[in-house]
Design a protein. Structure first.
Length: 385
């Protein structure tokens, strides 16, 4: 249905039918927070909310783009691609094209129409979905041979180098490589990955606090700096430590005296979180729902107490979820200081969960949040309408 509507919008905009429609999903990270820049492990899942792009080829070197969601148009030349200060979403399109050009891959002129249902600004990675969808648009339109890992890396490079956001690889990886019904275990050091099946009777429920993430660059950078400082000090003592990924909890407890209090607590979160990701994979493979729930709650407590990136609203959502009988586990997800929680909920209890958490959150915070019941989705794809 959505593809039909997008095709009709394309026809209204350009007077012809699109050649193909590419789409890529948003994502939620189930566990493994603030571990990516410490060479650690992450465990995201793609969700069944996507960004889609309808495209046809042009005979010149112009790109015309129309966003249905923003009701904005943009146009630029492939011969000179610069940042747009007026049309922010266009920079993700432009950045991806620049990466293809840098790789020596020919990009034709295009007419584009895009739309999606990934909530913008909620921490569900609409930006990565747009980048990956654009990469697939070019690949499918031109027939370029491009494996999915390279597509993810080029999409990430577009955001880092052109848009100017120093993101990790997690978002683009899962948007590209996810398989339906699974979450993606990723080793952020060597980029190895594997899809792990999620229980069929469990839904992924995202609760948006509607609190804009207040993690200023200075706070984020401070935590990165504290992690890097802790790793350096521990390496001076123990050797062989490139990042906190290489530290065990036993080593940290034995040598923590050389760290500041903040460094010790940041390191304790990262080291513990890496262990929790590995334990989560094992618990899922064994079908141990009790262990899964404990790991999610422990992750939240560590983010709240040791990494200090939670906030009252996120804590409220987690406690409300904990008191619903169908909840397997809950935690904050994303950078912190606002944004969303992720919850694993028994499928037959999602209606009760949404009602109790939604009403309770508005009562306790005065904010009407948003709740999304999600299916673990497949990654990027394209079709010819």
């Amino acid at each position: 249905m959505f593809e039909t509507e997008l095709s009709r919008s394309f026809e209204r905009e350009y007077g012809s039918s699109p050649l193909l429609i590419a789409s890529a999903p948003g994502r939620v990270n189930l566990i493994g927070e603030h571990t990516d820049y410490n060479d650690g492990f992450v465990f995201p899942a793609a969700i069944d909310r996507r960004i889609s792009i309808a495209v046809s080829r042009r005979s010149d070197k112009r790109v015309r783009a129309f966003s249905l969601d923003f009701s904005q148009r943009d146009e630029f030349s492939l011969d000179r691609i610069e940042r747009s200060e007026a049309v922010g979403w266009s920079n993700y399109i432009r950045g991806v094209i620049v990466q293809f050009q840098k790789a020596g891959l020919e990009v034709p002129g295009m007419d584009l129409v895009m739309s999606g249902d990934v909530p913008i600004g909620s921490g569900l990675s609409s930006s990565a979905a747009l980048e990956v969808a654009m990469s697939e648009t070019i690949r499918a339109l031109t027939g370029i041979e491009l494996d999915k890992v390279r597509m993810a890396l080029m999409s990430q490079a577009a955001e880092r180098e052109f848009v100017g956001v120093q993101c990790g690889i997690m978002d683009q990886f899962v948007s590209t490589l996810a398989e339906e019904g699974t979450a993606l275990f990723v080793d952020c050091r060597d980029l190895s990955f594997r899809n792990i099946a999620l229980p069929a009777g469990i839904k992924v429920v995202v609760c948006d606090s509607k609190v804009q993430r207040r993690l200023e660059a200075s706070e984020y950078n401070r935590r990165r700096s504290e992690c890097e400082s802790a790793a350096r000090k521990l390496n001076d003592e123990l050797g062989g430590i490139r990042a906190l990924r290489d530290v065990t909890l036993e080593q940290l407890e034995s040598h923590g005296r050389m760290l500041t209090d903040a460094e010790f607590r940041r390191a304790r979160h990262v080291v513990g979180e890496n262990e929790r990701v590995l334990a989560m994979v094992e618990a899922l493979e064994e079908g141990n729902s009790v262990c899964i729930g404990k790991l999610l709650y422990r992750s939240h407590e560590s983010l709240r107490d040791d990494y200090e990136v939670s906030c009252r609203e996120l804590d409220t959502l987690v406690e409300l979820a904990r008191n619903v009988s169908s909840t397997v586990g809950a935690r904050m997800t994303g950078a912190g200081f606002g944004g969303c929680t992720v919850n694993l909920v028994e499928a037959d209890g999602t209606e009760e969960f949404c009602a109790k958490v939604g009403v309770g959150y508005e009562r306790e915070s005065g904010i009407r949040g948003e709740i999304y019941v999600c299916e673990p989705s497949a990654g990027v794809s394209s079709v010819r309408p």
